[in-house]
Structure formats: structure tokens, C-alpha cells
Design a protein. Sequence first.
Length: 98
Amino acid sequence: MNNGKYTAYSYHAKFIEISVGINHNVDELLVGVLHQIRLKRKSFNHATAGDTEKILKSNHWYKSKSMMRASVKAHRVLTWLFKKEDNKFKNCENLHVL
């Protein structure tokens, strides 16, 4: 599960663990996806044309992919050594915020 969180964090994506077989978190996933769509639509509607262009350019997943991977790997090692989870990874599990 931690690898999934780190991957989601490195690509600025959301993470939720589901099991279709036992119907675990499936409803939460669907509600969260709908909520993310509404949040994205609202943020783009409130932005001006210039702001929208800046948002689109700044959110590219490939902006510094290698740097992000290296820092995530280093963070993974430090977290494993000190057995402490960072709070910034909790944001990728929260589907109700951007």
C-alpha cells in the first residue's frame, strides 16, 4: 500500500485502496471521483483565461518526474529507517480536496 501512496504523491494523484470482491471502498471511490471532477470544474471556472493557462502548465506530471522520483525514493528510505509516516501523504488519500 505504501508504494501506491508514494506513486500517487509523485504524480500528484489521489490514492484509495479498494476491493471489488468484498465491495470495500468502492462507493467511496465513486463519490470521490465525482467530487474531484466538481472541484476541478469549480477551480477552472473561477480562474481567468491567463490563470487557467498557468494552472495547466504548472500541473504537468512530467515537469520534474526524475527529481520527484529521486526525492520520493529518498523519503521512502528515511521513513522506513525512522518508522514515521509523513502527513503530506494523507492528502493523496483525501478525495474531497484538490
